[in-house]
Unconditional design. Structure first.
Lengths: 189, 189
């Protein structure tokens, strides 16, 4: 790889990306991050999450000046009020977004100019599990299918290699395929 | 359990909830759902997901009349442009929202009046994994901690039981703790 690939590309500040990698290599504790969300019940299955603060690179973030706010709900057919997508649909958003961001970063690092990255995600779920009507059916998705359409200034195998490298380094793909320990603490009043 | 518990409660149409359970019990194929999302790259790590259509209860949904649209991005400290939360933060939203909706449904079914349900979610992640700087560190969260504060018209053990039943039937908790098969298909041009 030559230094000519280390130019800003695809909207990615590639020189800063490599400088960040070097900085973390020198001080691995900078890599410890904590992300956070706060949720409150609104009514029925409708609830609202606020996302803002996080810790990373050795300090609390101060760049976010406003909350990100997201509603979730069940649709009418599941006796909800449809004031937002279902929680499981946000999982589909998360994996598409994570893989796409990775594809674009990897492309910038490899000097590949992208024109378009689109994806669709489908998640199949049999609600007999969560409805308590079958012990054989799991609660969650039985499978998730992601389909990418990528257009860029590189041959087919190079473009496919971007997706593969993104998958191999995706935080959401790891969580969703391998699982993660989740603790639940309750305080009542 | 007496029929007096089958009144609308906490904003949940409990009679319809039980009628829906009965309908699915009689026709289990109604429980097959497919949720979907579509994502497109904007610039750099910024991308946008659209959520609307889904299949369930034997037909395509027609109740959603507008798209739900969500941006995701990496923050500046990770060389993004901060136009949305990171993809992994949407996982925290998803689990809080799913557990909360479940708590409220279970409370309605059990005749428990809720006053407040709040939660915070923290996800710890060491980016040495996704940055490719350590083979020992996983890409995803190392652990997720959910903390609920629940206030309602029932003793402590009954309120805790709502959370436990919600956890036991949560689609997002299942996906995030047990993982799910994810296929990735690529078309290039």
């Amino acid at each position: 790889m030559t230094t000519t690939t280390r130019q800003p590309l695809n909207g990615v500040d590639t020189p800063t990306l490599f400088a960040t990698l070097d900085a973390v290599k020198a001080s691995p504790e900078l890599a410890k991050f904590q992300f956070r969300a706060a949720n409150r019940w609104v009514s029925g299955t409708h609830n609202r999450t606020t996302i803002r603060g996080f810790f990373g690179a050795g300090q609390e973030d101060s760049t976010r000046t406003e909350d990100f706010v997201y509603d979730a709900d069940h649709p009418a057919v599941l006796v909800g009020t449809g004031n937002g997508p279902t929680p499981v649909e946000f999982l589909l958003h998360a994996i598409a977004a994570c893989l796409t961001a990775g594809i674009v970063n990897v492309a910038a690092a490899r000097g590949v100019t992208l024109r378009e990255v689109r994806s669709t995600v489908e998640g199949d779920i049999d609600l007999l599990g969560i409805l308590g009507l079958s012990k054989e059916v799991r609660n969650g998705y039985q499978g998730i299918a992601v389909k990418f359409e990528i257009s860029g200034d590189a041959p087919d195998d190079v473009l496919r290699g971007l997706v593969e490298q993104s998958r191999a380094r995706s935080a959401v793909y790891d969580v969703m395929t391998n699982g993660v320990p989740v603790s639940i603490d309750v305080r009542t009043s």
